[in-house]
Design a protein around this ligand. Structure first.
Ligand SMILES: Nc1ncnc2c1ncn2[C@@H]1O[C@H](COP(=O)(O)OP(=O)(O)OP(=O)(O)O)[C@@H](O)[C@H]1O
Ligand SMILES: [Mg+2]
Length: 333
């Protein structure tokens, strides 16, 4: 905790309305916390001091009155502001990926120290991997863990059939993002990031990708920029280079499936359920598929007025999901 003298100075200056002294005392207090290795607290205090507002989601408060940018032709909003509440312990991923995310979080928490030493934190991330394996969840987790609001932009909202409008929309999103500190998340990134060598993608798309690259290069702020794709092979090399780190998400291993089921069923009784007998059958499924089986099982149990998820209930839920996946596979072949 801060020293008593410093706290007294802070209170006294506040009482006198001496904002200069208040500011000095506050800065000393932040430095003191920094020295004690309380980096998160120091950073939060700094933010409060800068924004004049006690909440980490201050960007939302400051900017929510300002117009969220819209597509000029369609009048639709180009982004959404979210305050995610999902944390690291929910993410079931490999230890390597876990470590990569830890590095991102730790570097961001030490952003000022790194900046003071002319070092860059990993602030521009590309998340790649198959659907339903945690890319969007990861962006939310990073935002929650760092106490930052999240700007969510889907590329299909940005892409316009009107010439030049997509680039204009992109510019609007970046301009908006530049005004606060957030996790800026571009989902379904492939829509724009398709290889510029792709023979069919001439003209407009090329211009859009170039605009995007320029905007990304010029995006200097305390925000974290995250783009997600499930077609990483389609992405242009020029795009890859722009990111400080690339995080690959994969389908869950048998162990991870077991863990996921355990977590998702933690709110209901299931002690007689033989989870292992299902795990092997779900290898190859995404996290989202496995999660759906768990939710389905809980729902079936509730509708049957049963407080326990049994083998029978779980089998029924599993079969429903298996059939669903079969249909999806047939229709997408
Ligand atoms: N690695 C994971 N650990 C725990 N839960 C997960 C994981 N991946 C996915 N889930 C669950 O499935 C849901 C959907 O996953 P998510 O939206 O993050 O997938 P995605 O990789 O972004 O997929 P898409 O490519 O379709 O956008 C999540 O909200 C979460 O509940
Ligand atoms: Mg997603």
């Amino acid at each position: 905790m801060a020293s008593g003298d410093l706290l007294k100075r802070l209170f006294a200056s506040y009482r006198r309305g001496d904002s200069k002294e208040f500011n000095n005392a506050a800065l000393e207090l932040i430095a003191e916390e920094e020295q004690r290795n309380h980096h998160v607290l120091a950073r939060d205090l700094q933010k409060i001091l800068e924004n004049g507002n006690g909440r980490p989601t201050s960007s939302v408060r400051r900017f929510d009155l300002e117009q969220i940018p819209q597509d000029r032709e369609r009048g639709t909003t180009l982004l959404e502001i979210r305050s995610p509440q999902r944390f690291l312990n929910e993410l079931i991923i490999s230890p390597e990926l876990h470590e990569q995310i830890d590095v991102v979080l730790n570097e961001y928490r030490a952003l000022q120290i790194l900046q003071a030493n002319n070092l860059r934190a990993r602030q521009k991330l590309l998340l790649a991997g198959p659907p339903g394996c945690g890319k969007t969840l990861c962006a939310e987790v990073i935002a929650s863990e760092l106490g930052l609001p999240l700007i969510y932009t889907r590329f299909d909202a940005v892409i316009s059939s009107y010439l030049g409008e997509t680039a204009a929309n992109l510019r609007k999103v970046f301009e908006y993002a530049q005004r606060g500190t957030w996790v800026v998340f571009f989902d379904e990134f492939d829509a724009i990031g398709k290889s510029r060598e792709d023979v069919e993608d001439h003209g407009e798309l090329k211009r859009v990708v170039n605009t995007f690259l320029q905007l990304l290069d010029n995006f200097e702020s305390d925000s974290i920029f995250i783009a997600a794709t499930n077609h990483e092979r389609l992405l242009d090399r020029a795009l890859w280079r722009r990111f400080d780190d690339i995080l690959f998400f994969d389908k869950p291993t048998a162990d991870q499936i077991r863990k996921l089921i355990d977590i998702k069923l933690s709110s209901v009784r299931h002690m007689d359920l033989n989870i292992d007998s299902f795990v092997d059958r779900m290898v190859g499924w995404s996290h989202a598929d496995v999660e759906r089986v768990c939710f389905e099982a809980i729902k079936i149990g509730l509708l049957l007025r049963q407080t326990i998820v049994t083998d029978e209930i779980f089998t029924l839920a599993y079969e429903r999901q298996r059939r669903r996946l079969e249909i999806v596979q047939k229709t997408t072949q």
